[in-house]
Design a binder for this molecule. Structure first.
Ligand SMILES: *Cc1c(COP(=O)(O)O)cnc(C)c1O
Length: 349
């Protein structure tokens, strides 16, 4: 029998666990468009309460969650300040501009993933008919597997507030950030998650990444903001019916899969350590569940050959000049070690 595939392409590839499937099967259901699905309502209350918001909205994807946020904060002709590499600018097909006529103002990142305060300040446009109205600052945490320093988040959100901008956090992996931050501060994971979230007017969370649910995200905010977001979700075709089946999986993930994210971070470090010393790879020390390895020198052109070699060994990853390996709950130390062996084998040829 072949060993199972070691899938390091993303933390989205996980299968629901037996416990999660049981929770889904047992979930009481209703029609959520009528507001009648008890499992959806319970999830929305749970995540809003955990992060200290009045309300939350369950949506099919993180992309739709960010879209609902941007269109709830901004009107046609407004703009949002965002980082070049952030999902809600780069990886969402320009949805804010397409569906909302909201113009992005992308900024370059600093090496730690932050946006320089001076750059943010300089990008905020004066009230002048020549300019779009700057309405929103959007940050992301974690970004490319990096924890945004909390002291930075405090300063950036304080600046936004002082300048009258709303503040949105794409916290697809907020709980990974909270785990890493808790390890630094000695604090509790949920307390750290809430501390980060409370610096923002809205926060989007993905259940289908490290938390291991099959589908779904939530947008958290004030009752008023979430009421606006609900209309946009309907417009975007994201108002679902017996979606409690999915919400139950997300709810199970919040109860059972938050603390275990620390194991994913351990596996990421194990992978990075396993790859240390390979001349052709420059490894960035992982902070959460992502390992990035830059191919250097002549190896820079070898990513396709490497990925093909790995696939032949039952190891899946992605990347071009920079390979990405994501750890998650369907992965164990043996899988990581297999990946290390396969990668070393390739460069030893
Ligand atoms: C995955 C991701 C999203 C979007 O989630 P989808 O469910 O794939 O649409 C948004 N932001 C970040 C940071 C993500 O990693």
């Amino acid at each position: 029998m072949n060993a199972p595939v070691v899938d390091l392409r993303s933390d989205t590839v996980t299968q629901p666990t037996p416990g999660m499937r049981a929770a889904m099967a047992a979930a009481p259901l209703g029609d959520d468009v009528f507001g009648d699905d008890p499992s959806v309502n319970a999830l929305q209350e749970k995540i809003a309460g955990m992060l200290g918001f009045e309300a939350a909205l369950f949506v099919p994807t993180g992309t739709q969650s960010n879209l609902c946020a941007i269109l709830s904060h901004c009107q046609r002709g407004d703009e949002y300040i965002v980082g070049q590499m952030q999902h809600c600018y780069r990886w969402e097909a320009g949805g804010g501009a397409v569906f909302g006529s909201v113009q992005p103002q992308p900024l370059e990142h600093q090496p730690d993933g932050s946006l320089a305060l001076a750059d943010i300040e300089a990008a905020i446009k004066p009230d002048d008919p020549h300019f779009a109205r700057t309405r929103l600052l959007a940050l992301e945490n974690t970004l490319g597997g990096k924890l945004l320093p909390f002291a930075y988040i405090e300063r950036a959100t304080e600046l936004a507030q002082r300048k009258g901008l709303a503040r949105h956090l794409d916290g697809a992996r907020l709980f990974n950030a909270a785990v890493a931050q808790a390890a630094q501060t000695g604090g509790e994971i949920r307390t750290e998650a809430r501390r980060i979230a409370q610096r923002f007017d809205s926060v989007s969370i993905c259940f289908s990444k490290g938390l291991g649910a099959p589908v779904g995200s939530a947008l958290c905010g004030s009752r008023e903001l979430i009421a606006r977001a609900r209309r946009i979700r309907k417009m975007a075709g994201g108002a679902m019916r017996q979606s409690g089946l999915l919400a139950a999986a997300a709810s199970y993930a919040l109860d059972h899969h938050v603390d275990r994210l620390a194991q994913d971070h351990v596996l990421a470090r194990r992978l990075a350590e396993g790859l240390a010393g390979i001349d052709q790879l420059q490894i960035e020390a992982p902070q959460t569940n992502m390992v990035f390895a830059d191919l250097v020198g002549p190896a820079r052109q070898q990513s396709a050959a490497l990925l093909e070699h790995l696939a032949g060994q039952g190891v899946l990853a992605t990347g071009l000049y920079r390979l990405r390996f994501a750890t998650h709950l369907d992965l164990d130390a043996a899988g990581v070690d297999r990946a290390v062996v396969a990668i070393r084998q390739f460069f030893a040829r």
